[in-house]
Design a protein around this ligand. Structure first.
Ligand code: FMN
Length: 208
């Protein structure tokens, strides 16, 4: 069957939050949350900062696995440390993943993105990869951060009238940061929602 990332809700040009699993030359497996940009039906891009095990393993093995999960436990445990080896399958995927896909590296490029808060040259590598196998264990969609920020910004908007000016300033700061992320990673519907929230804040006399 032809590989098509849209079958797990991935749209070309959008960024999703995933857990990438890799192995080193001694077959020790590693998991870490990493953003994935969908670059077509069977192509993805990652930007990974130097110093991570994930990048080291991808450079040495030229392959990795992208796991789709919505488990806060897995995201947290793999950020704070590594997952126990028992949570990986023999082909290095996460046993509990809703879906996963295997990737082979096409190119590795030294890069820096100007719009990012972390922008020291040579700190990150952009990896372009081809998806060679897609396994769907249960119907799922890759996680996109946009909607969470829309909900948070709406919730803050409803509290805006109930707080003092200092807190209002704080809400405006949070809105600016939320908007930056939504514009970067969200769907057009998320971006449109943020535009409407911004308009409301402006009507109240603020400059979000
Ligand atoms: C949701 C989320 C997304 C992340 N995305 C990236 C990313 O795209 N690139 C990156 O270099 N680090 C990213 N990180 C940070 C890495 O997961 C973190 O540096 C991790 O400790 C690397 O672990 P490792 O050394 O086991 O590879 C992300 C973290 C989280 C929580």
């Amino acid at each position: 069957m032809e590989i098509d990332l849209s079958s797990i809700g991935m749209e070309k040009g959008r960024q999703y939050e995933t857990v990438i699993t890799t192995k080193n030359c001694e077959n020790i497996k590693n998991a870490a949350p990493i953003g994935v940009i969908c670059a077509g039906r069977d192509k993805i891009l990652n930007r990974i900062f130097k110093g991570s095990k994930t990048l080291e393993n991808i450079i040495s093995q030229k392959e990795f696995i992208v796991n789709i999960t919505h488990s806060p436990e897995i995201f947290t445990a793999s950020t704070l440390g590594n997952l126990p080896q028992s949570q990986f399958s023999s082909d290095s995927a996460l046993i509990c993943a809703d879906a996963y896909f295997k990737c082979e590296v096409i190119t590795l490029t030294e890069a820096v993105k100007q719009s990012d808060p972390v922008k020291k040259k040579g700190e990150a590598i952009v990896i372009k990869s081809k998806v060679t196998e897609l396994v769907i264990n249960k119907p799922t969609s890759a996680m996109n951060r946009g909607f969470g920020y829309v909900i948070e910004s709406l919730s803050n908007l409803t509290r805006f009238g109930m707080v003092g000016d200092d807190e209002k300033e704080e809400y405006i700061k949070r809105f600016r940061e939320a908007n930056r992320i939504v514009v970067k990673v969200g769907y057009k519907e998320d971006i449109e929602a943020m535009r409407k929230i911004k308009k409301e804040l402006m009507k109240k006399g603020w400059k979000p």
